[in-house]
Design a protein around this ligand. Structure first.
Ligand code: ADP
Ligand code: MG
Length: 266
């Protein structure tokens, strides 16, 4: 039997209930996608098209949906022994403010079954990766927003996830920090090869990072409308590579032709 896809979403629909007599809001309509093991896939679409709704379903935060969503063949939410390690990074850091950065990361390591003897070296390594080695003993609120986000990315990397779900993780950061973190993300991805599903409304970011871009239409009823394969774009990718810019321009053109009028923040 063929090994299961890393992520499989089959005809997933989600309607948020309306208030009183209002009919509710269909955020996603029959969305279907597959991410292969080790693949880096971006979902690109305008604000409000249902990207976060879909990621919340995949990360198990929302179990009120129709259709089928599975990670390595295990239905989402059905976490059993031997289930793949899944890490999530959201737009905001979501750290526990009463724990230090180190304790936040150790908490994730413990929850993922790593033995205590490994915690310190694993934590030090990922804090080094994101440039926070001197801030391990700080509390989140003692750090800037960008540093907190780097800590939450370090926490995700610490457990060496088989599947990494990222919802606009860099969009609240200044562009220079975002650039450095995109590059670090690609380095980590090529070292460990997790399967990544990365949500963004930034066409350049999607082009720079991914093997494949899935485009989503605007809601109501956001659905996938197009797919762009970027395997032809050589790796490692750099900001100096003119081919990345050209490819990103093509992605924007395709987006405009598919979605029509474009949102300002796209
Ligand atoms: P995106 O992440 O693509 O910007 P979202 O997935 O956050 O979009 O939202 C998709 C649509 O669903 C939006 O129109 C949003 O207003 C609506 N929505 C999101 N969460 C809720 C909720 N809890 N209740 C009602 N509507 C929601
Ligand atoms: Mg969102």
């Amino acid at each position: 039997m063929a090994s299961p896809a890393a992520i499989e979403v089959t005809e997933v629909s989600k309607t948020f209930p309306g208030k009183g007599r209002s009919p509710g809001w269909k955020a996603i309509a029959e969305a279907t996608l597959t991410v292969d093991p080790g693949e880096f896939v971006c979902i690109l679409g305008p604000s409000g098209c249902g990207k976060s709704t879909l990621l919340n379903i995949l990360s198990g935060l929302d179990d009120q949906y129709d259709g089928h969503a599975a990670i390595h063949g295990h239905p989402v939410g059905d976490r059993q022994f031997g289930s793949p390690r899944v890490a999530c990074v959201f737009q905001e850091p979501r750290l526990m403010p009463w724990r230090t950065v180190r304790a936040n990361i150790e908490f994730a390591l413990a929850a993922s079954g790593f033995i205590e003897a490994q915690w310190r070296t694993r934590t030090d390594r990922v804090l080094n990766l994101v440039g926070l080695e001197d801030f391990a003993d700080f509390y989140p609120l003692q750090l800037s927003g960008g540093m907190q986000q780097r800590a939450s990315i370090a926490r995700a990397f610490a457990i060496e996830p088989e599947v990494l779900l990222m919802d606009e993780p860099f969009s609240a950061l200044d562009e220079l920090t975002a650039r450095r973190l995109r590059q670090q993300l690609l380095t980590i991805w090529s070292d460990f090869r997790p399967s990544v599903l990365f949500v963004t409304h930034n066409a350049f970011e999607a082009t720079f990072l991914s093997d494949r871009i899935l485009m989503m239409t605007k809601g109501p009823g956001g659905r996938f409308c197009d797919e762009i394969n970027l395997n032809g774009l050589a790796r490692p990718r750099t900001y100096e590579d003119v081919k990345v810019f050209e490819a990103s321009r093509d992605v924007v053109a395709r987006l405009i032709s598919r979605i029509g009028q474009i949102d300002q923040d796209l």
